[in-house]
Design a protein around this ligand. Structure first.
Ligand code: SAM
Length: 249
């Protein structure tokens, strides 16, 4: 199938990043999906869960990769983005399923009725091989990340991998930001362990204390296998933008 037909209109895709350029949207998604497949050694017959799947920017690149035995489930709290996936991606392959969750987010789902701490993913225990959360923790409060980690741990099979991209805050980053050297100006203190680039709506872009994030992973039963540091705190944008934690259950 011609995957490029699944590039949404700008008013949809721009919710998930600066994607006026549809080729940039497509190529970045392709590059990141290929990295995810390689880093986690994903097999074509595995079951993937993409939490905060948006309009399927990552999902579409799994269409030609997964076999008939493979499965891709996307969940998101934004109705418009999720509807795009249901109406377009599930239509071409019904092994790709998308489910709305009623979580509140100050940017993406202001009509969401549930707090993240009360969200139960519509997924059975220990049923997925791989969990992806790409640029979602960047828009979630630290306490909510803790709750989601518990849910990710519940649905992931033992030995399964979990990849999440986010912005990690530490002493070096703090100095970069103070000296005006960071691309993302995440300078507003939200609480003891979190900063945001937006004073009014912190969900527009968080950086969270690296040590606390790691502690949350460990506390929730994950082994952190690798942290790939991004370049968001620099003005030399070479390589992956956000930091990336690869963990195993
Ligand atoms: C920056 S976009 C990234 C979308 C997609 N992962 C990608 O890389 O293109 C952030 C996504 O997270 C979703 N989101 C925000 N808070 C969420 C929550 N609490 N639960 C599930 N999805 C959430 C938003 O609706 C949005 O689709």
């Amino acid at each position: 199938m011609e995957i490029k037909k699944l590039i949404p209109d700008p008013e949809i895709r721009n919710w998930t990043g600066p994607f006026d350029d549809k080729n940039y949207y497509f190529n970045l998604g392709k590059e990141q999906s290929e990295k995810i497949i390689q880093w986690l050694s994903i097999k074509p017959d595995q079951k993937i869960l993409d939490i905060g799947c948006g309009c399927g920017r990552i999902a579409i690149h799994f269409l030609d990769y997964l076999s008939g035995q493979g499965q891709f489930i996307g969940i998101d709290s934004n109705k418009e983005l999720l509807s795009y996936c249901v109406d377009n991606i599930s239509k071409v392959n019904n092994n790709f399923q998308f489910k709305l969750i009623d979580a509140y987010n100050g940017v993406y789902s202001q009509d969401g009725k549930l707090k993240c701490k009360d969200i139960i993913f519509p997924i059975e225990d220990e049923s997925v091989d791989i969990v992806i959360m790409w640029s979602v923790f960047t828009h979630m409060y630290l306490a909510d990340i803790d709750s989601y980690l518990k849910e990710v741990h519940r649905v992931l099979k033992k030995g399964g991998f979990f990849i999440a991209s986010l912005n990690l805050y530490n002493k070096f980053i703090s100095n970069q930001i103070k000296m005006g050297k960071s691309y993302l100006d995440i300078k507003y203190r939200v609480n003891e362990d979190s900063y945001s680039l937006d004073k009014e709506v912190p969900e527009n872009g968080f950086a969270h204390n690296e040590e606390i994030v790691k502690e949350f992973y460990w506390r929730n039963g994950f082994i952190i296998r690798e942290i790939k540091y991004g370049v968001w705190y620099s003005k030399e944008l070479v390589g992956e933008f956000h930091d990336c934690i690869i963990a195993q259950r």
